[in-house]
Write a protein that binds this ligand. Structure first.
Ligand SMILES: CC(C)(COP(=O)(O)OP(=O)(O)OC[C@H]1O[C@@H](n2cnc3c(N)ncnc32)[C@H](O)[C@@H]1OP(=O)(O)O)[C@@H](O)C(=O)NCCC(=O)NCCS
Length: 201
Protein backbone atom coordinates (compact mmCIF):
# COMPACT_ATOMS: atom_id res chain seq x y z
CA UNK A 1 0.00 0.00 0.00
CA UNK A 2 1.35 3.42 -0.83
CA UNK A 3 0.41 7.04 -1.24
CA UNK A 4 0.99 8.25 -4.80
CA UNK A 5 0.61 11.51 -6.66
CA UNK A 6 -2.85 11.20 -8.25
CA UNK A 7 -1.54 12.89 -11.40
CA UNK A 8 0.78 9.93 -11.97
CA UNK A 9 -2.07 7.39 -12.17
CA UNK A 10 -3.21 5.82 -15.41
CA UNK A 11 -6.61 6.67 -16.84
CA UNK A 12 -8.39 3.61 -15.37
CA UNK A 13 -7.09 4.20 -11.82
CA UNK A 14 -7.87 7.89 -12.12
CA UNK A 15 -11.48 7.01 -12.93
CA UNK A 16 -11.59 4.89 -9.75
CA UNK A 17 -10.33 7.90 -7.81
CA UNK A 18 -12.95 10.11 -9.42
CA UNK A 19 -15.62 7.60 -8.35
CA UNK A 20 -14.36 7.63 -4.75
CA UNK A 21 -14.40 11.43 -4.77
CA UNK A 22 -17.90 11.69 -6.25
CA UNK A 23 -19.31 9.03 -3.89
CA UNK A 24 -17.84 10.88 -0.91
CA UNK A 25 -19.05 14.40 -1.60
CA UNK A 26 -22.43 15.73 -2.67
CA UNK A 27 -22.27 17.80 -5.87
CA UNK A 28 -22.55 21.12 -4.02
CA UNK A 29 -19.45 20.25 -1.96
CA UNK A 30 -17.33 19.25 -4.95
CA UNK A 31 -14.87 21.22 -7.04
CA UNK A 32 -14.16 20.20 -10.63
CA UNK A 33 -12.14 16.96 -10.46
CA UNK A 34 -9.55 17.87 -13.12
CA UNK A 35 -8.79 21.12 -11.26
CA UNK A 36 -8.01 19.19 -8.06
CA UNK A 37 -5.02 17.60 -9.72
CA UNK A 38 -3.42 21.05 -9.89
CA UNK A 39 -3.26 21.06 -6.08
CA UNK A 40 -1.36 18.36 -4.21
CA UNK A 41 -3.62 15.40 -4.90
CA UNK A 42 -2.80 11.95 -3.57
CA UNK A 43 -4.33 8.51 -3.91
CA UNK A 44 -3.81 5.70 -1.43
CA UNK A 45 -3.25 2.66 -3.62
CA UNK A 46 -3.49 -0.96 -2.54
CA UNK A 47 -3.46 -2.65 -5.95
CA UNK A 48 -6.29 -0.24 -6.76
CA UNK A 49 -6.96 3.24 -5.40
CA UNK A 50 -8.78 3.09 -2.05
CA UNK A 51 -8.60 6.70 -0.85
CA UNK A 52 -8.07 10.22 -2.08
CA UNK A 53 -6.80 13.44 -0.47
CA UNK A 54 -6.20 16.93 -1.84
CA UNK A 55 -4.02 19.48 -0.08
CA UNK A 56 -2.89 23.04 -0.59
CA UNK A 57 0.00 24.77 1.22
CA UNK A 58 -1.08 27.84 3.21
CA UNK A 59 1.48 30.09 1.49
CA UNK A 60 4.66 30.43 3.57
CA UNK A 61 3.13 29.62 6.98
CA UNK A 62 4.63 26.12 7.00
CA UNK A 63 1.06 24.77 7.28
CA UNK A 64 -0.94 22.85 4.73
CA UNK A 65 -4.71 22.80 4.21
CA UNK A 66 -6.53 19.52 3.61
CA UNK A 67 -9.20 20.34 1.02
CA UNK A 68 -10.65 16.90 0.42
CA UNK A 69 -10.26 13.63 2.26
CA UNK A 70 -12.26 10.57 1.33
CA UNK A 71 -12.07 6.81 1.82
CA UNK A 72 -13.31 4.36 -0.80
CA UNK A 73 -15.15 2.35 1.87
CA UNK A 74 -16.54 3.20 5.29
CA UNK A 75 -15.81 1.78 8.71
CA UNK A 76 -13.04 -0.60 7.61
CA UNK A 77 -10.07 1.47 8.66
CA UNK A 78 -9.29 2.89 5.22
CA UNK A 79 -9.86 6.46 6.40
CA UNK A 80 -7.45 5.96 9.29
CA UNK A 81 -4.83 4.46 6.94
CA UNK A 82 -5.23 7.35 4.52
CA UNK A 83 -4.89 9.78 7.43
CA UNK A 84 -1.65 8.23 8.64
CA UNK A 85 -0.16 8.16 5.14
CA UNK A 86 -1.15 11.77 4.41
CA UNK A 87 0.05 13.18 7.73
CA UNK A 88 3.35 11.31 7.42
CA UNK A 89 3.87 12.54 3.85
CA UNK A 90 3.07 16.14 4.77
CA UNK A 91 5.39 16.00 7.78
CA UNK A 92 8.15 14.60 5.58
CA UNK A 93 7.50 17.40 3.08
CA UNK A 94 8.33 19.84 5.90
CA UNK A 95 4.88 21.07 6.89
CA UNK A 96 4.38 21.48 10.64
CA UNK A 97 0.58 21.59 10.77
CA UNK A 98 -2.35 20.34 8.71
CA UNK A 99 -5.62 22.26 8.95
CA UNK A 100 -9.02 21.38 7.55
CA UNK A 101 -12.66 22.30 7.90
CA UNK A 102 -15.69 20.11 8.44
CA UNK A 103 -19.41 20.68 8.26
CA UNK A 104 -20.83 22.00 11.51
CA UNK A 105 -23.13 19.57 13.37
CA UNK A 106 -24.81 22.57 15.01
CA UNK A 107 -25.84 24.22 11.73
CA UNK A 108 -29.51 25.14 12.00
CA UNK A 109 -31.99 23.23 9.88
CA UNK A 110 -29.81 20.12 9.47
CA UNK A 111 -31.72 16.85 9.87
CA UNK A 112 -30.92 14.41 12.67
CA UNK A 113 -29.22 11.78 10.46
CA UNK A 114 -26.89 14.39 9.03
CA UNK A 115 -26.04 15.65 12.53
CA UNK A 116 -24.98 12.09 13.44
CA UNK A 117 -22.76 11.83 10.33
CA UNK A 118 -21.14 15.19 11.04
CA UNK A 119 -20.41 14.24 14.65
CA UNK A 120 -19.00 10.85 13.59
CA UNK A 121 -16.72 12.57 11.14
CA UNK A 122 -15.39 14.92 13.81
CA UNK A 123 -14.94 11.94 16.15
CA UNK A 124 -12.96 10.18 13.42
CA UNK A 125 -10.53 13.09 13.09
CA UNK A 126 -10.22 13.52 16.86
CA UNK A 127 -9.45 9.82 17.25
CA UNK A 128 -6.71 10.33 14.69
CA UNK A 129 -5.17 13.21 16.65
CA UNK A 130 -6.77 16.34 15.19
CA UNK A 131 -8.19 19.05 17.46
CA UNK A 132 -11.52 20.76 16.98
CA UNK A 133 -10.52 24.41 17.25
CA UNK A 134 -12.45 26.84 19.45
CA UNK A 135 -13.51 29.02 16.51
CA UNK A 136 -17.06 30.36 16.15
CA UNK A 137 -18.99 31.84 13.22
CA UNK A 138 -16.54 30.39 10.71
CA UNK A 139 -18.28 30.96 7.38
CA UNK A 140 -15.90 30.80 4.43
CA UNK A 141 -17.25 31.80 1.02
CA UNK A 142 -18.67 28.98 -1.06
CA UNK A 143 -18.83 29.81 -4.76
CA UNK A 144 -22.11 31.52 -5.59
CA UNK A 145 -23.90 29.88 -2.68
CA UNK A 146 -24.75 31.34 0.67
CA UNK A 147 -21.84 30.44 2.99
CA UNK A 148 -22.71 27.86 5.61
CA UNK A 149 -21.04 27.41 8.98
CA UNK A 150 -18.07 25.07 9.19
CA UNK A 151 -15.76 24.03 12.00
CA UNK A 152 -11.97 24.18 11.85
CA UNK A 153 -9.71 21.30 12.86
CA UNK A 154 -5.91 21.02 12.99
CA UNK A 155 -3.17 18.53 13.74
CA UNK A 156 0.50 19.23 14.31
CA UNK A 157 2.80 17.14 12.14
CA UNK A 158 6.01 17.63 14.13
CA UNK A 159 4.72 16.66 17.59
CA UNK A 160 2.07 14.47 19.13
CA UNK A 161 -0.30 15.05 20.76
CA UNK A 162 -1.09 18.43 19.27
CA UNK A 163 -1.09 20.98 22.11
CA UNK A 164 -4.15 23.27 22.44
CA UNK A 165 -4.20 26.03 19.82
CA UNK A 166 -5.47 29.26 21.37
CA UNK A 167 -4.98 33.04 21.43
CA UNK A 168 -2.54 34.49 18.92
CA UNK A 169 -1.74 31.03 17.56
CA UNK A 170 -5.40 30.39 16.85
CA UNK A 171 -5.87 33.78 15.29
CA UNK A 172 -2.95 33.05 12.94
CA UNK A 173 -4.62 29.81 11.82
CA UNK A 174 -7.96 31.52 11.16
CA UNK A 175 -6.32 34.31 9.18
CA UNK A 176 -4.09 31.93 7.22
CA UNK A 177 -7.01 29.73 6.17
CA UNK A 178 -9.23 32.64 5.18
CA UNK A 179 -6.47 34.30 3.22
CA UNK A 180 -4.63 31.44 1.60
CA UNK A 181 -7.45 28.93 1.19
CA UNK A 182 -10.38 31.26 0.58
CA UNK A 183 -8.74 34.48 -0.65
CA UNK A 184 -10.12 36.78 2.08
CA UNK A 185 -7.76 39.31 3.68
CA UNK A 186 -7.69 39.80 7.46
CA UNK A 187 -9.81 42.96 7.25
CA UNK A 188 -12.64 41.26 5.29
CA UNK A 189 -15.96 41.38 7.20
CA UNK A 190 -16.27 37.57 7.23
CA UNK A 191 -12.84 37.24 8.83
CA UNK A 192 -13.56 40.01 11.33
CA UNK A 193 -16.83 38.33 12.25
CA UNK A 194 -15.11 35.01 12.97
CA UNK A 195 -12.35 36.65 15.00
CA UNK A 196 -14.78 38.68 17.09
CA UNK A 197 -17.13 35.72 17.69
CA UNK A 198 -14.11 33.63 18.73
CA UNK A 199 -12.89 36.41 21.07
CA UNK A 200 -9.76 36.82 18.98
CA UNK A 201 -10.59 40.18 17.42
C1 LIG B 1 -14.78 10.25 7.19
C2 LIG B 1 -14.13 9.04 6.50
C3 LIG B 1 -12.87 9.49 5.77
C4 LIG B 1 -13.76 7.97 7.53
O1 LIG B 1 -13.18 6.87 6.85
P1 LIG B 1 -13.48 5.35 7.30
O2 LIG B 1 -12.61 4.46 6.49
O3 LIG B 1 -14.94 5.11 7.30
O4 LIG B 1 -12.95 5.42 8.80
P2 LIG B 1 -12.34 4.29 9.71
O5 LIG B 1 -12.88 2.95 9.33
O6 LIG B 1 -10.87 4.44 9.75
O7 LIG B 1 -12.93 4.75 11.09
C5 LIG B 1 -14.32 4.58 11.34
C6 LIG B 1 -14.84 5.90 11.82
O8 LIG B 1 -14.98 6.81 10.73
C7 LIG B 1 -16.17 7.59 10.91
N1 LIG B 1 -17.15 7.19 9.90
C8 LIG B 1 -17.41 5.99 9.44
N2 LIG B 1 -18.39 6.02 8.52
C9 LIG B 1 -18.74 7.29 8.40
C10 LIG B 1 -19.69 7.97 7.60
N3 LIG B 1 -20.48 7.36 6.73
N4 LIG B 1 -19.75 9.31 7.71
C11 LIG B 1 -18.98 9.95 8.60
N5 LIG B 1 -18.07 9.36 9.37
C12 LIG B 1 -17.94 8.05 9.28
C13 LIG B 1 -16.68 7.26 12.27
O9 LIG B 1 -16.04 8.09 13.22
C14 LIG B 1 -16.23 5.82 12.42
O10 LIG B 1 -16.16 5.44 13.75
P3 LIG B 1 -17.47 4.87 14.47
O11 LIG B 1 -17.95 3.74 13.62
O12 LIG B 1 -16.95 4.49 15.82
O13 LIG B 1 -18.48 6.00 14.50
C15 LIG B 1 -15.12 8.37 5.52
O14 LIG B 1 -16.31 8.07 6.20
C16 LIG B 1 -15.44 9.18 4.30
O15 LIG B 1 -14.68 9.16 3.34
N6 LIG B 1 -16.59 9.86 4.30
C17 LIG B 1 -17.10 10.59 3.12
C18 LIG B 1 -16.28 11.77 2.79
C19 LIG B 1 -16.10 12.69 3.94
O16 LIG B 1 -17.02 12.93 4.69
N7 LIG B 1 -14.89 13.21 4.08
C20 LIG B 1 -14.57 14.12 5.13
C21 LIG B 1 -14.91 15.50 4.75
S1 LIG B 1 -14.35 16.63 6.00
Amino acid sequence: MKLVDAGSLGAADLEVVRGIYEDGFAPHLRADFAGLLEDRAFALVDDVPIGFAVLRPLADTGWVFLRYFVAGSRGRGVGSLLWSHVTRAMGEAGFTRMVHDVEDPDESGVDADEVVVRNRRIAFYERNGALLLPVADYLPPHGDEEPHPLRLMAVDLDRSPTPPITGEGLRAVVEAVYEHRYGLAADHPAVRRTLVASRLG
